[in-house]
Design a protein around this ligand. Structure first.
Ligand code: ASP
Length: 419
């Protein structure tokens, strides 16, 4: 049986188990959860989390060294960031339009007077971007600061390519380090069905379904917007710019989506999503290793959709009419908020406070949606990483075409081994 089939079966089995426990087995659930579901999930999650930092370092360094030419990296970077920004803006627009069409905040009784939500201090986005160059790389590694690790790895990659044969030994070590990590990802992935089962059974078992009934329409709007964005924006752009069958794209990437769904974390899924994009979608390692870690950190279309829908929902609940200028402000701040959202569970909701504050909506509104956010977080994380993979596929294809028309620069190290 294929791994993706196994993961899908595990997701369904986990959801059914969690649901049955939730509805009938309330006394049994805490026991099963603490001795079976949570340990299974946690073990898997720790195993893949263990690989994230070394994979990002090895693969980006290798990618930058392999690209050699800083101009090429600049070109790939420009294409990547353009795709990220444009698709994120489209995502929010879909979310906002659908919220106006289906009006989730006008149907049902929502009481904000008793709602309480303490807005957590969101990290200033300007700081995150300015601090991209680490003053202490070791700290960046221990803190798992993804943007800083990416910047450091690109520097090392460039130095490797500039110094060529002089540092051949280091290059080989990094190359072999990367092989080691990829081998470990493949091994850990064999446990993915068990891990996803545990994570989903635990999450569904703990979910309060009463909140879901009241928030049904809000959830429908978010899920529908996520679906539309995936099909039209990702499916469409992959077909148009990469000339790839969208169904094959989604099918190939399904194992990573399954893991993202169960972990609710773009960061934790990174080793899997890179592995799957390289193996199933045939994205060259040098492109996947640059586009996907960057995407897992700054490109969050699913999160942006939730933030757009939530803002309009809260505006409808309090009866605020947003002007066109305010709507444009929502789009711009939600793009920034999604860039600033870390790829870990639940942060999208913390960053939502920033969007609400810029258009003077009450942050207490977040209290209404927090109860149903877990399921939405799972789904939007799957969308978040799919956007990164779609971008990687498109950039890879455009680079391939470009290289077809140019004399290809041979890889320094391969040339050396060939001799
Ligand atoms: N969980 C999301 C992710 O990791 C971020 C969020 O929206 O909370 O991509």
């Amino acid at each position: 049986m294929k791994l993706s089939t196994k993961i899908i079966i595990a997701l369904i089995a986990g959801a059914v188990t969690g649901l049955v426990m939730n509805l009938y087995g309330s006394s049994l659930f805490p026991l099963l959860d603490s001795f079976l579901f949570t340990p299974l999930g946690k073990l898997f999650l720790n195993l893949i989390n263990m690989l994230v930092v070394p994979i990002v370092f090895f693969s980006i360094t290798l990618g930058a060294a392999g690209l050699g030419d800083p101009k090429k990296l600049g070109r790939i970077g420009l294409k990547t960031i353009s795709y990220f920004l444009i698709t994120t803006a489209i995502a929010i627009t879909i979310g906002i339009s659908l919220s106006y069409f289906l009006q989730p905040g006008t149907i049902g009784q929502f009481d904000l007077s008793t709602a309480q939500y303490e807005a957590k201090e969101a990290p200033p986005i300007a700081d995150t971007l300015l601090n991209i160059i680490p003053t202490n790389p070791v700290r960046a590694f221990t803190e798992g600061n993804m943007l800083q690790i990416i910047a450091f790895s690109i520097c090392i990659g460039f130095a490797l390519s500039a110094l060529g044969n002089k540092v051949k030994g280091v290059y080989r070590i990094i190359e072999q380090g990367n092989d080691l990590m990829m081998f470990l990802v493949n091994t850990v992935m064999k446990l993915a069905p068990l891990g996803t089962f545990g994570l989903i059974a635990s999450a569904v078992g703990k979910q309060g379904f009463d909140a879901m009934k009241a928030m049904g329409l809000y959830m429908t709007v978010v899920l529908l917007a996520l679906l539309l964005h995936s099909i039209f924006t990702y499916g469409g752009s992959v077909a148009l710019f990469a000339r790839k069958n969208p169904i094959e794209f989604f099918k190939g990437f399904a194992p990573a989506m399954g893991v993202a769904f169960s972990t609710s974390s773009s960061n934790a899924t990174l080793p899997v999503s890179m592995n799957v994009a390289q193996k199933n979608l045939k994205v060259p390692e040098s492109i996947s290793s640059f586009v996907q870690p960057l995407g897992a950190t700054i490109n969050m279309d699913g999160t942006a959709i939730m933030q757009g829908v939530a803002t309009i929902f809260i505006a409808q609940v309090v009866g605020a009419d947003l002007t066109l200028t305010q709507l444009i402000t929502v789009v711009l701040t939600a793009v920034l908020a999604s860039i600033g959202t870390a790829g870990v569970p639940g942060v999208g909701l913390v960053m939502l406070a920033m969007v609400l504050q810029t258009v003077n909506l009450p942050v207490e509104g977040i209290a209404l949606i927090i109860g149903v956010d877990r399921l939405l977080d799972m789904t939007r994380t799957a969308v978040n990483i799919t956007g990164d993979a779609a971008c990687a596929v498109i950039v890879a294809e455009s680079e391939r075409k470009l290289e077809e028309n140019q004399i290809v620069q041979p890889n320094l190290y391969e040339e050396e081994t060939a001799v």
